[in-house]
Design a protein around this ligand. Structure first.
Ligand code: GLY
Ligand code: MN
Ligand code: MN
Length: 437
């Protein structure tokens, strides 16, 4: 529980207002076995957490909107025996007070109480298709209500995906969320600085990964927000490289894409720097191209601009650079029109960021890229990835570069959250020499 229940109560009210009338059922994530009786580290469901702040597994929020609006939490009972083994659990009474819900019951009573909660509600809002077991339980409750039709109760006639409403809410971050995201970003930036300080030829990629994880944890972050990428040399051209078992060689670049999760909120940060602390001429040329593409993209992050504008700005700078370096032939218009640039830059320039690293929210509205609004948080992450191949001068081979920052749209433009991690050539080289970046 990272804060009082107030903010979650307000979100439940907003959701209820958006629903109009009906009942929403939002379960948290299940625990998952990793092998035999050991489990993956538990991570709550982001939607459930957004509405409750409650971190225990085996919990469900039921929210009734309309005239008889009420919120009910189902959760595990207190259990002294289990608490000796697994630690504290709230139990319904304490959970009710902590989450500020109107009522709380043991989760063991779900099947008994749910048909009554959904009976006579005009609509059921639920994350349809997210989990087969929940789907079949919900259908079971609907059928239980339908079975009582002759006693005058009706099952909801409309079933809607509650995520459509919640995604829109989650897309615009509140002050409390931005405060957490700033802290998460600062921790990740410190971890990248730490990595820059310790990197030297001969170390293994996983030793650098260990430094990142150390910094995340010692700063209070609960986990990495995604599997860290620590990719040196040619591995930097593998977009989702996570083996992290190579050895760092002098003369190569190291690409690190790693961000922590703090109180549920993700940060997502990439820096690329030379293993021996000095960019070679060709590395510098390409690196500064990517950096210029990122600057052009960030300049387009402002209210009213279409989502795609930063990407278009980055593509335009990168494509011109690829032509100037002799990597691609043709005019800028041709290279963009034919998407020839995708040979070296094949991903998008960013994504929404929040409780999930690739966060909730539509990118298009009625077929059109949506406009940026204050409170939206996105990444800006252009790169270039040059594999050996025909027509590619050898000096560029196996260079992979990405520069990624987390950015909030503000009233007048944007705020970069991850700026404490150096990214200019001079800043990186100074930090690696033992300076202050
Ligand atoms: N680290 C995942 C991404 O950059 O999208
Ligand atoms: Mn990333
Ligand atoms: Mn990203």
């Amino acid at each position: 529980m990272y804060e009082t229940s107030k903010v979650h109560g307000e979100r439940r009210l907003r959701l209820a207002r958006a629903m109009g009338r009906g009942v929403a059922i939002v379960p948290t994530a299940p625990e998952r076995a990793r092998s035999r009786d050991s489990h993956y580290p538990y991570r709550f469901d982001s939607y459930f957490h957004y509405l409750t702040g409650f971190g225990e597994p085996e919990a469900v929020l039921v929210l009734v909107a309309g005239a008889h609006a009420a919120s009910t939490l189902f959760c595990r009972e207190k259990d002294q025996e289990r608490e000796i083994w697994d630690g504290f659990r709230y139990g319904p009474q304490a959970a009710r007070a902590t989450c500020g819900v109107d009522a709380a019951y043991p989760v063991s009573r779900l099947d008994e109480l749910m048909p009554g909660l959904i009976a006579d509600q005009p609509a059921l809002f639920y994350p349809l298709g997210a989990d087969e077991l929940w789907d079949s339980r919900i259908v079971g409750w609907l059928n239980a209500v339908r079975g009582q039709a002759r006693s005058g109760v009706a099952a909801p006639a409309v079933i809607q995906d509650v995520r459509a409403l919640l995604d829109e809410m989650r897309l615009i971050k509140g002050a409390d969320e931005l405060a957490l995201m700033r802290r998460a970003a600062a921790i990740s930036a410190a971890a990248h600085q730490r990595a820059m300080r310790v990197v030297r030829p001969g170390l293994a990629e996983y030793e650098i990964e260990a430094e990142l994880l150390h910094e995340f944890r010692r700063s209070g972050a609960q986990a990495p927000a995604y599997a860290p990428i620590v990719a040196s040399g040619a591995s930097a051209c593998v977009l989702h490289y996570v083996q992290n078992d190579g050895v760092l060689n002098a003369g190569e670049l190291l690409l690190i894409d790693a961000g922590c999760e703090l109180e549920g909120y993700a940060s997502d940060l990439t820096r690329t720097f030379p293993v021996n602390g000095r960019f070679s001429a060709v590395q510098k040329d390409l690196y500064e191209l990517v950096l210029a593409a990122q600057a052009a993209a960030i300049a387009e992050v402002k209210p009213g601009n279409a989502w795609i504008r930063p990407h278009e700005a980055a593509v335009s700078v990168l494509a011109q650079g690829f032509i100037d370096f002799g990597l691609l032939a043709g005019s800028l218009e041709q290279v963009i029109e034919t998407e020839a640039y995708k040979r070296f830059y094949m991903h998008r320039t960013g994504h929404w960021l929040g409780l999930d690293v690739h966060d909730a929210g539509d990118y298009k509205r009625e077929g059109k890229w949506r406009a940026l609004e204050p409170g939206m948080v996105l990444t800006v992450e252009p790169g270039c990835y040059i594999r050996p191949g025909e027509g590619v001068p050898e000096r560029f081979w196996n260079i992979g570069i990405r520069v990624e920052d987390d950015v909030v749209v503000t009233v007048s433009g944007c705020e970069v959250l991850t700026g404490a991690a150096p990214k200019t050539v001079a800043g990186i080289e100074a930090l690696m020499r033992g300076g202050h970046g």
